[in-house]
Design a protein around this ligand. Structure first.
Ligand code: HEC
Ligand code: HEC
Length: 221
């Protein structure tokens, strides 16, 4: 008769433990690695470090898992509207999203040393000499913003070295400049609508400032 209450309590405790574990399964990076190799590696690189020849497809390595999961969920729902990523993200269950995010964020592939984009490439004979991105301007805005136009310093949220601040403010250092330009332009022009902070920040930037920022950030390590 003394055994009954403890046994009931124990059963209840076990049930509670299994029930909460089932609610929030621990992400399994190995399963994530398998999904990634099967579907994602072709565009984001086998090590999630991106593919230099395809610079509009972002590097994912070193990114925070919460940010990766947010983007994948929003590609699925269309909150982040992208025709390429919607069908890709839709292949993943909610559990797969967490598994892939866990694997990706554990990849530490550093970008190749060659960036930032050298202005020399515009020097070809037929191309009209394109204005080279102004790295000093990029650095100035990144670190200090533009006070007179209420543009905040990027470093306040993305950290002084571009490593971001977990979990909300993504890692941006070393990202492809083409991808960065596309995102900043997308936020500004209402193509990427999944974050009002960034829409407000980008709304005030002109093309020259966006290119300068993209080049500066791409060269950060
Ligand atoms: C056919 C090429 C392709 C495939 C395959 C692909 N992606 Fe993408 N991915 C892209 C492109 C292009 C973008 C940039 C979208 C944009 O410009 O908004 C992107 C963006 C992303 C982003 C957003 C990154 C950021 O910094 O915001 C994540 C996360 C992502 N992909 C994960 C995945 C995962 C996980 C898979 C596999 C299930 C996958 N992708 C498969 C092309 C691809
Ligand atoms: C007040 C905080 C804040 C400031 C200041 C800020 N950002 Fe962001 N930024 C964010 C957040 C939050 C996100 C993630 C949006 C999301 O969840 O999709 C983001 C996303 C981005 C992205 C997309 C990253 C990716 O992988 O797709 C880029 C690029 C970016 N910011 C650049 C900048 C630049 C350049 C500046 C300065 C001109 C800046 N940010 C200033 C908060 C900020």
């Amino acid at each position: 008769m003394m055994t009954k209450p403890p046994a009931v309590l124990l059963a209840a405790a076990l049930f509670a433990a299994t029930a909460s574990a089932a609610d929030a399964p621990k992400p399994d990076p190995e399963k994530g690695a398998a999904s990634f190799a099967g579907v994602c590696a072709a565009c984001h690189g086998p090590d999630a470090g991106g593919i230099a020849a395809l610079p509009t497809q972002p590097r994912l390595a070193r990114q925070f898992p919460e940010y990766i999961a947010k983007q994948l969920t929003e590609f699925k729902s269309g909150v982040r509207d992208n025709a390429i990523m919607k069908p890709m993200a839709s292949l993943l269950s909610d559990e797969d999203v967490l598994n892939v995010a866990a694997w990706v964020s554990a990849q530490k592939t550093a970008p190749a040393a060659a960036a930032p984009q050298a202005p020399e490439q515009a020097a070809s004979a037929e191309a009209p000499a394109q204005e080279a991105p102004d790295l000093k301007l990029g650095e100035r805005i990144y670190r200090g913003g533009i006070v007179g136009r209420s543009i905040p310093a990027c470093s306040g949220c993305h950290s002084p070295n571009g490593a971001g601040i977990p979990a909300q403010y993504p890692h941006v250092a070393g990202q492809f400049p083409e991808y960065l330009t596309a995102q900043l332009t997308g936020f500004r022009d209402g193509v990427r609508k999944n974050n009002t902070i960034m829409t407000d920040v980008a709304a005030k930037l002109n093309d020259r400032e966006i290119k300068a920022l993209a080049s500066y950030i791409a060269g950060m390590r």
